[in-house]
Design a protein around this ligand. Structure first.
Ligand code: SAH
Length: 412
């Protein structure tokens, strides 16, 4: 019953975006609620939202200790801020770190919005501890519920710089584009500099026996158990954090180059992926079994925009980026534990469709077959976006077999 009460506080509009932990606190969801009564709950945690405690311990500490991430943001802010002049708006300040960096870089005024009231209070305390209370103002609210008047009153004008770190394991998985677009349109100058300015979501097909060994079964003790593969999930994107491993900790082989799934310009783009579907051309660079799609992203400053150089303010020095590519995060444990990467298992849909044509009964009873690719072959990587763009779905198909394919409705 209590859960229903919590649910009612979420409006339909909010359901279309990611709502951060602790943003909708209610008594029903306080930490320790599900613990047996003889278990001890530290007093400092007892009155806090359970989802917030979980999120802070799941990734906030790792995020704050990702020092190259912090340095990337400091450099983005350094390029965007005109000391003594710029007003900075931060969406989602958490501990207050980026807001305080902006103040230290000479921003005239910093306004930082934070959806979790518990975190907003702790950010205030951090800001006071760093003697920056005169420069940084915290607004405890969802950015979408903050008015332009509130920001102007707190900042003494409209912001010239907007900064946010709202990226998920999938680049747009925490609705960064929706919240930045809203902030750009309502809460900042039309000319405001958004940092980081842009990002790219990538996908690459990978052969990885260790992943196959935890997501399918074949022979054990001389017995085949392969029928159980009927339940293998080749429809959902799963995060390496959910499996509980670092992608770089197991041997794997890329069978293609990473391809951009989409590019985002946080200064200009509108969310436009909802419900959409696109097909990417992939060329196999090696032969092998494509066990899964691996998805990672980078965000950059100073890189070209539509084949034009980036704006001058982004380029006082070389382009700079921050990436979740496991080949680049090997020495960054904190980054892998914060974001990690997304994986989706693959199956040979053409083989399944061909069997279904021969014998329609196999549609419900046939375990998936792995998809083997040949070096040099072109493949179609289909990408589907959920209504809120928060979730993606991948499907890989041999180009030459495309005409054979059946839609799920035709097949059944
Ligand atoms: N900026 C901090 C924290 C990033 S984590 C840092 O870089 O270290 C993202 C934070 O943004 C979380 O604390 C979350 O509660 C908050 N948040 C996410 N979306 C938000 C929104 N639309 N409005 C206000 N806060 C938001």
């Amino acid at each position: 019953m209590e859960d229903e009460a919590t649910d009612e506080e979420v409006t339909d509009e909010e359901r279309e975006h990611y709502v951060p932990p602790g943003a909708r606190s209610s008594k029903a969801a306080l930490f320790g609620r599900d613990m047996e009564s003889h278990f001890v709950v530290p007093r400092r945690l007892a009155d806090k939202p359970g989802d917030l405690i979980e999120a802070v311990n799941d990734f906030h500490y790792a995020m704050m200790n990702d020092h190259p991430r912090n340095a990337f943001y400091r450099e983005c802010l350094r390029r965007a801020i005109v000391p003594g002049e710029s007003i900075v708006l931060e969406i989602g300040t958490g501990s207050g770190l980026l807001a305080m960096l902006a103040a230290r870089l000479g921003a005239k005024r910093v306004v930082a919005i934070e959806a979790s009231t518990s975190l907003a209070e702790l950010a205030r305390r951090n800001i006071k501890a760093n003697c920056l209370a005169d420069a940084v103002e915290i607004i405890p609210a969802m950015s979408t519920e903050v008015s332009r008047e509130q920001v102007v009153a707190a900042a003494g004008g409209l912001p010239d710089v907007v900064v946010a770190e709202l990226f998920g394991t999938l680049l747009l998985g925490e609705s960064a584009l929706e919240y930045l677009r809203d902030a750009r349109a309502r809460l900042a100058k039309p000319t405001a500099r958004v940092v980081p300015p842009r990002g790219v979501q990538y996908a690459v097909i990978v052969e990885c026996q260790d992943i196959a060994a935890i997501t399918s079964v074949h022979d054990c003790e001389g017995l085949t158990l392969a029928e159980v593969n009927l339940l293998q999930d080749t429809a959902s994107v799963v995060f390496t954090k959910q499996y509980g491993f670092r992608f770089s900790s197991v041997p794997s082989r890329r069978l293609s180059k990473p391809v951009p799934v989409f590019r985002v310009d946080f200064n200009r783009d509108e969310p436009g992926f909802a419900h959409s579907e696109r097909t990417l051309d992939l060329v196999a660079t090696a032969s092998g079994t494509a066990h899964c799609v691996l998805a990672f992203w980078d965000v950059t400053i100073g890189t070209p925009v539509d084949a034009q150089p980036a704006p001058d303010w982004e380029r006082p020095s070389a382009p700079l980026g921050m990436s979740t590519d496991p080949e680049l995060t090997r020495n960054n444990f904190a980054r892998d534990m914060q974001w990690g990467q997304a994986i989706q298992l693959l199956e040979d849909v053409d083989a399944a469709n061909a069997d279904a044509l021969r014998d329609p009964a196999t549609v419900d009873s046939r375990p998936p077959t792995p998809i083997a690719v040949r070096e040099g072959e072109h493949l179609d990587l289909h990408v589907r976006f959920s209504k809120d763009s928060v979730v993606l779905q991948f499907q890989l198909q041999h180009r030459s077999n495309r005409t054979l394919s059946l839609s799920p409705e035709t097949a059944s």
